[in-house]
Ligand binder design. Structure first.
Ligand code: GDP
Ligand code: MN
Length: 361
């Protein structure tokens, strides 16, 4: 789950990373009372979860006289389609230079990797694309509590040494907060010292409970529902709903849809030994996706019993056409139940997917 900038800054600050003085406001009028804390010259930053916020008009500069008008303006905007409900108002730093630093998981070496660039800021992605050497990459062993000095020198290159403690603290944040990504862009130098002018922190979804985060805000309502039932569920952008048991069988169903030039709406693995209740919830969940007019249910009866599956499908009683392919334990009884209620059953995955394609067109 991705934290908003002000939340990430609170975490960073707790680890001794200097952040600009700032206040969070929800109404433009709140800004006036808070200005004396911040000094003349402020930056208003929309707290929205979108990349390239600054370039999309989500970061505005103001002075004391114009702060309230600027806040009104920012609250009235949508940043890449996301309405602005909270604004972080910060002291405006007299920036000397902007650097880029992030720590992520390097999947190939399975270790944390520190990325550093001497030219940070809103153009970093373009710069990195143009010139790969603009970003230095240094892998750090996760067994180390601190980034050792010889690696820190490699990270910094010619950049000022005063950045080192901040990068090391960011590494602590990364490790202790179960982060997938911890980023400061820009990390700035000023006459008063170094600051994290922006902050990004993405916590591993599998570690939310350990981090005391009760609700994963990044999930849609349906994804949350799926999590509640323990389904492996991913939303895609097609129109054919998919339910399977076992990741392999479900993936094969997606592959087959793709093979016939169809587009799957989702991946849903109900897991092993699914009973009537679970199947019903799965069918209802997929049927609730907008644009889905047909659902392929592809189940193999092992511990899962086909009669339970059939009862679940019937109990769901959804509007989209449900096409069933199932084989294995109690198959005959399952087929009988579904046939009684007029469901279409097909002998193979192949024919089931083809039938779904016809309905979806
Ligand atoms: P992002 O576009 O969402 O990454 O927003 P940032 O918080 O990184 O801000 C975008 C840009 O605004 C930064 O790269 C800076 O150039 C500028 N900016 C942000 N805060 C300040 C500040 O306090 N002072 C000055 N002079 N510029 C700032
Ligand atoms: Mn930024």
């Amino acid at each position: 789950m991705k934290l908003l900038e002000y939340e990430a800054k609170r975490v960073f600050s707790g680890y001794g990373i200097p952040v600009p003085k700032g206040v969070l406001i929800r109404e433009p009028e709140e800004v006036t009372a808070r200005l004396p804390e911040l000094g003349d010259g402020v930056v208003l930053k929309a707290q929205v979860d979108v990349g390239g916020r600054g370039k999309a008009g989500g970061v505005l500069m103001a002075d004391d006289a114009s702060a309230i008008e600027t806040a009104r303006e920012l609250f009235s905007r949508e940043i890449k389609g996301v309405p602005v409900r909270e604004i972080l108002v910060e002291e405006r730093l007299p920036i000397d230079h902007e650097y880029y630093v992030s720590i992520a998981v390097d999947r190939s070496s399975r270790q944390p990797v520190v990325l550093f660039a001497d030219a940070g800021g809103v153009e970093i992605e373009n710069k990195a694309l143009e010139d790969e050497s603009a970003v230095r990459k240094v892998v750090v062993s996760p067994l180390l509590r601190d980034i050792p000095p010889f690696l820190m020198r490699e990270i910094l290159g010619g950049a000022p040494k005063e950045l080192a403690p901040v990068i090391n603290s960011l590494y602590h944040v990364f490790q202790e907060k179960d982060a997938m990504l911890a980023e400061i862009n820009p990390l700035v130098t000023t006459l008063q010292g170094v600051y994290a002018a922006d902050a990004k922190l993405v916590v591993d979804d599998n570690a939310l409970a350990r981090q005391g985060i009760a609700v994963n805000r990044d999930l849609s309502e349906r994804e949350r529902e799926a999590e509640k039932h323990g389904f492996s569920y991913v939303e895609l952008d097609g129109t054919i709903g998919v339910i399977g048991n076992g990741a392999g069988l479900t993936m094969s169903t997606l592959d087959l849809i793709e093979f016939y030039n169809g587009r799957a709406a989702n991946f849903l693995d109900v897991g092993g030994g699914a009973d009537q209740e679970r199947v019903m919830h799965a069918v209802k969940l997929v049927a609730s996706m907008p644009g889905v007019n047909v659902i392929v249910v592809n189940l193999l009866g092992g511990i899962t019993r086909c009669d339970e599956v059939a009862k679940g499908i019937i109990a769901a009683g959804v509007a989209p056409t449900v096409i069933v392919r199932m084989a294995g334990t109690n198959e005959e009884e399952g087929r009988r139940l579904l046939a009684e209620c007029g469901y279409r059953m097909l002998e193979s995955m192949d024919t089931a997917v083809k039938a779904a394609m016809e309905v979806s067109l």
